[in-house]
Design a protein around this ligand. Structure first.
Ligand code: NAD
Ligand code: TYD
Length: 370
């Protein structure tokens, strides 16, 4: 039986992980620590709030005393660290919050874990502890079209402030293993999609814009490539790392599903047309607009998952089509969840980020390019 402290458990992947974990390990204790930034939603945890083994604590990962108290009082032996500022575009507009949470926050968690799990008179229950760092493939930088996918030994070369802060955090985690013997693992994963994703990332943004007849803003030429993984397959991968992964090791997780951004938007529009042939905005692809590119935009990410496959038996269960169908069905069935996010704060972000692109005359309707 494990006792987990899950940071960032009210965010997109964290919430999916909590649901996944309590479904598959109902006897384990799961305590979520989340400060509830704009990206954290208590509503995403509604269905587990009454679970007897679940507890939600609102707090900041930089609060070392709070984390130490939680680890002790909950006798937590496993810390799964999702909490982060996670959006590349926001990191370009304001990197400071990324340094605070992703670097200082991760270091604060490491110090707390070391103090509680490794101190001389630590409880024997902590002998087999685990600090799992949830990281991203973006730490590896960008790939050319014919380069081999990222593997665990690819040198770090982050492009955005987001990726740089995640890289810093990964290095800190490794150093706490090598220097102090903290039992750590790290997973570096490709782009996730699925239920509960905040509509600032590509797939939920395009989906919600399409449902409202708003432009679908593709950056640059839309030929940037990402590897897409259905979020539940990520949760399964983390479970495998916790259960079978070797301490001190890193595992790359991905969906072996490389797609250009333009492909993603076209597939999404096709699915929407099929589901809603009579929609006012069908065919939805007519909403597509090319906008000014993201500065420092990585051209291609791709993941070599052979280590996770060989050592852990990792194998995604969804392909892009099936995962996208599940995602669309979830958003169509949970309109209350996403409509609640479209508040003044969200509109401010949309205006600050996309408004300028449009006013500079860089919105180009799809029809003018085809
Ligand atoms: P998210 O932005 O949806 O959620 C982040 C959560 O962390 C939110 O609930 C937020 O309230 C919480 N949080 C932020 N700062 C905090 C702080 N100082 N203290 C406590 N809680 C805080 O992010 P996500 O997409 O769910 O990503 C989760 C993790 O997975 C991140 O570490 C991210 O780098 C990593 N990751 C994400 C993806 C992806 O495609 N989304 C891919 C690979 C790795
Ligand atoms: P995003 O979901 O922000 O994830 P990441 O930058 O971490 O990969 O973006 C995925 C891709 O989609 C990325 O290449 C940027 C692109 N993109 C757009 O073209 N338009 C948009 O409005 C957004 C949010 C992203």
């Amino acid at each position: 039986m494990r006792r987990l402290l899950v940071t960032g458990g009210a965010g997109f992947i964290g919430a999916n992980f909590v649901h996944y974990w309590l479904r598959n390990h109902p006897d384990d204790r799961v305590v979520v620590l989340d400060v509830l930034t704009y990206a954290g939603r208590r509503a995403s945890l509604a269905s587990v709030e009454r679970h007897s083994n679940f507890r939600f604590v609102r707090g900041d990962i930089r609060d070392q005393a709070l984390v130490e108290a939680l680890l002790k009082e909950e006798r937590a032996d496993t810390l799964v660290h999702f909490a982060a500022e996670s959006h590349v575009d926001r990191s370009i507009l304001g990197p400071d919050a990324f340094i605070e949470t992703n670097v200082i926050g991760t270091h604060s968690l490491l110090k707390a874990a070391r103090n509680i799990w490794l101190k001389e008179n630590a409880s024997s229950a902590f002998e087999r502890h685990r600090f799992h760092q949830v990281s991203t493939d973006e730490v590896y930088g960008t790939l050319g079209p014919d380069e081999p996918p990222f593997c665990e030994t690819t040198p770090y070369a982050p492009s955005s402030p987001y990726a740089a802060t995640k890289a810093a955090a990964d290095h800190l985690v490794r150093s706490y293993h090598r220097t102090y013997g903290l039992q750590t693992t790290t997973s570096n994963c490709s782009n996730n999609y699925g239920p509960y994703q905040f509509p600032e990332k590509l797939i939920p943004l395009m989906l919600i814009n399409a449902l409202q007849g708003r432009p679908l803003p593709v950056y640059g030429d839309g030929q940037q490539v990402r590897d897409w993984l259905y979020v539940e397959d990520h949760c399964r991968g983390i479970e495998l790392v916790l259960e079978k992964g070797h301490v001190g090791e890193t595992y790359n997780l991905g969906g072996r599903s490389e797609k250009t951004n333009l492909d993603v938007v076209q597939i999404l529009c096709r699915h929407l047309d099929e589901l809603m042939p009579d929609a006012a905005y069908a065919p939805h692809i007519s909403l597509l607009s090319f906008v000014r590119d993201r500065p420092g935009h990585d051209r291609r990410y791709a993941i070599d998952t052979s280590k996770a496959k060989a050592e852990l038996g990792y194998q995604p269960q969804e392909d892009f089509e099936s995962g996208l169908r599940k995602t669309l069905a979830w958003y169509l069935g949970n309109e209350l969840w996403w409509r609640a996010l479209l508040d003044a704060h969200y509109q401010d972000w949309i205006e600050a980020h996309y408004g300028r692109r449009a006013r500079n005359g860089t919105f180009q309707p799809y029809s003018s390019l085809t």
